[in-house]
Ligand binder design. Structure first.
Ligand code: HEC
Length: 154
């Protein structure tokens, strides 16, 4: 029994070590593209929720998007000479603020136009970052068939 436990422990020690012996594994640091894939998900869900007038869900998605953008600005202030941090502060945050106002006012038209402005800011940064081929837009359909975007009846 004691031998088995010892073998397990040794196995665990080996499994948790990568690279040269004695070197601890480096913590995983997502790159900008990994963050952007999550940004894309929140951007999509934000539209689907707001478009369905599910204001609670839209509010939640906007919050998540905002936190994530703040996190990106902090963690990747400069990406390949592009001042990602200051560009997020300068453009995305004011657009996010406008969406916030529209959600609070439960204003579908205001929501749609503020959402489009944010989307334009996303694409403007892609152009600046020499990624003009990355174009985001309003999603026409939901890529999340297992999630309901309809407002809950209270
Ligand atoms: C400050 C600049 C900046 C802003 C603002 C920005 N992006 Fe990006 N985005 C980038 C860069 C740079 C890349 C490419 C990263 C790479 O090549 O590693 C990228 C990549 C992407 C990708 C491609 C991911 C893939 O592999 O398909 C998507 C989708 C995306 N962004 C969505 C968005 C959305 C949605 C917004 C707005 C809510 C946004 N981005 C705002 C700079 C930005």
């Amino acid at each position: 029994m004691r031998q088995i436990a010892l073998a397990l422990l040794t196995g665990l020690t080996i499994a948790s070590t990568t690279g040269a012996v004695g070197e601890p594994a480096k913590p995983y640091e997502p790159g900008l593209v990994e963050y952007m894939m999550t940004v894309q998900t929140h951007h999509t869900k934000l539209w689907l929720a707001g478009n369905a007038r599910n204001w609670d869900l839209a509010d939640y998605q906007l919050d998540e998007l905002k936190e994530l953008m703040e996190d990106i600005a902090k963690r990747i202030p400069v990406y390949k000479d592009v001042p990602v941090g200051s560009m997020i502060e300068a453009v995305s945050m004011s657009n996010i603020g406008d969406i916030e106002v529209a959600i609070k006012a439960r204003n579908p038209k205001g929501f749609a136009s503020a959402f489009d402005k944010l989307t334009a800011a996303c694409n403007a940064c892609h152009v600046t970052a020499k990624r003009a081929f990355i174009v985001v837009q309003r999603p026409a359909t939901s890529p999340f068939p297992n999630q309901s975007f309809a407002p809950k009846r209270k």
